[in-house]
Design a protein around this ligand. Sequence first.
Ligand code: GNR
Ligand code: NI
Length: 169
Amino acid sequence: MPKLNILIYPDPRLRIKAEKVTKFDKCLENLVNNMFETMYSADGIGLAATQVDIHKQVVVMDLSEERNSPKVFINPQFTVKDDKSLYSCTEGCLSIPGFHEEISRPEKIIVNYQDINGKFITEEPEGLLTVCYQHEVDHLNGKLFVDYLSPLKRSRIKKKLEIERKKEF
Ligand code: GNR
Ligand code: NI
């Protein structure tokens, strides 16, 4: 199976909003398998389809050290249960390589998504899953963690990554 190419910030395609998945078929299964392969070989804990230039509401995740707890979220959404309680975590992103920043997000959310067969699921996640889930849903909406930083910090990261990109050619 071919590994997919991960888009790097500030690629404008990272801003495209993903569309709902309506067909739970072999094609979706293939995409999910390719995304897992890409995420594992890039050493990430999550990957949104947007990052591989596929604009469908598909997320894969594996928060385990052992890389043996794959999770799939189709059409993921969430509601904030308590907007006063925040959880802050140092976030990284495969689309923003080399940068890690502390980001605060709601700690208590209720998630709604479909599994690979289209079954609707509601859960109340905890800890890192809460953070990663919101990070991935942001990707599907064209949003990145740098959007939560100050404009100065964001533009510094953008410039550095643009310089890196030019070095490749
Ligand atoms: O690999 C990843 N690590 C991570 C760490 C803290 C908060 C979120 C993440 S997600 C990231 C992979 C990625 O870019 N997913 O979109
Ligand atoms: Ni990311």
